[in-house]
Design a binder for this molecule. Structure first.
Ligand SMILES: NC(=O)c1ccc[n+]([C@@H]2O[C@H](COP(=O)([O-])OP(=O)(O)OC[C@H]3O[C@@H](n4cnc5c(N)ncnc54)[C@H](OP(=O)(O)O)[C@@H]3O)[C@@H](O)[C@H]2O)c1
Length: 245
């Protein structure tokens, strides 16, 4: 994908990885739109970077996705990049009767939403000279962290979907890119739970360089290793990551 002269929509762009990517797209002269559920977070982001265009919406809601499409393409007809970044992560003890609502919510936000949003935006993107859909998956797409079992499953599925999406859009103006983060120090899953992760700017700088180089898969650290690992290596990685604490 090209990294200049785009109009970019980043879901979940007010914090963490989404915001770090938003800053880099802005610095490279792109027009950047961000959305999320918390209006105060969106306003906070715009206070830091007044060039940002913000829209409050819940991507768990199909009507929220439709509203996002209408706002984004109606106000920014040159929109040509969608970054499916919004996500949640829940620790779930599978033997403790977790609620189906919690399970479903994670499936919907992390998997149904990016799939549906991709299909909603494709017709608009097909009319652009160049466009891209960027899906943010995870190193856990390849080797799950058992304490976040639904999350890991959604990311494995989003990786799979990304391959199919890229295949189906081959030969069109729409390229499909996967960003594969390792643990990164953000508020994912709750404040302070990802302190052990890579510093956000170090991660985002590396991803940005890879995007500029035209990578179809931009990965970092352990996630890069996992994305290339053999089955034996993945088994070892799984054992190491899931040691009893
Ligand atoms: N941090 C890591 O270690 C890591 C590793 C691998 C992959 N990732 C992926 O990176 C992406 C970004 O996560 P992050 O680490 O940057 O965490 P984060 O700071 O918590 O960002 C998640 C963003 O998604 C938004 N969001 C969540 N549910 C939403 C919904 N229903 N509708 C609209 N927006 C929603 C949140 O905003 P609101 O709460 O205001 O809606 C928030 O801005 C996620 O897909 C995550 O799975 C993160």
């Amino acid at each position: 994908m090209k990294t200049e002269s785009n109009t970019v929509l980043i879901t979940g762009g007010a914090s963490g990885i989404g915001y770090a990517l938003a800053e880099r797209f802005l610095d490279a002269g792109n027009t950047v739109l961000i959305c999320g559920r918390r209006e105060d977070k969106l306003k906070e982001a715009r206070a830091k970077r007044p060039e940002l265009h913000i829209f409050a919406c819940d991507v768990a809601d199909p009507q929220g996705r439709q509203g996002l499409l209408e706002w984004a393409t109606g106000n920014f007809p040159t929109l040509n990049v969608l970054v499916n970044n919004a996500g949640i992560q829940q620790r779930i003890a599978l033997a403790s009767s977790p609620s189906v609502e919690a399970i479903r919510n994670e499936l919907i936000i992390n998997l149904e939403a990016p799939i549906h949003l991709s299909t909603l935006f494709i017709p608009h993107f097909l009319k652009q000279k160049e466009a891209a859909i960027v899906n943010v998956t995870s190193g856990l797409s390849f080797s799950p962290l058992a304490m976040v079992p639904v999350y890991s499953a959604t990311k494995a599925a989003l990786h799979s979907f990304t391959l199919s999406l890229r295949h189906q859009l081959k030969g069109t103006p729409v390229s499909v890119v996967e960003v594969i983060p390792p643990a990164v120090d953000t508020d994912l899953g709750g404040v302070g739970l990802h302190k052990f992760g890579a510093p956000i700017d170090e991660f985002a700088d590396s991803i940005w360089e890879q995007l500029k180089d035209g990578a179809e898969e931009a990965a970092y650290g352990m996630a890069a290793e996992a994305s290339w690992a053999s089955r034996d290596q993945l088994d070892t990685m799984f054992e190491r990551m899931n040691q009893p604490r």
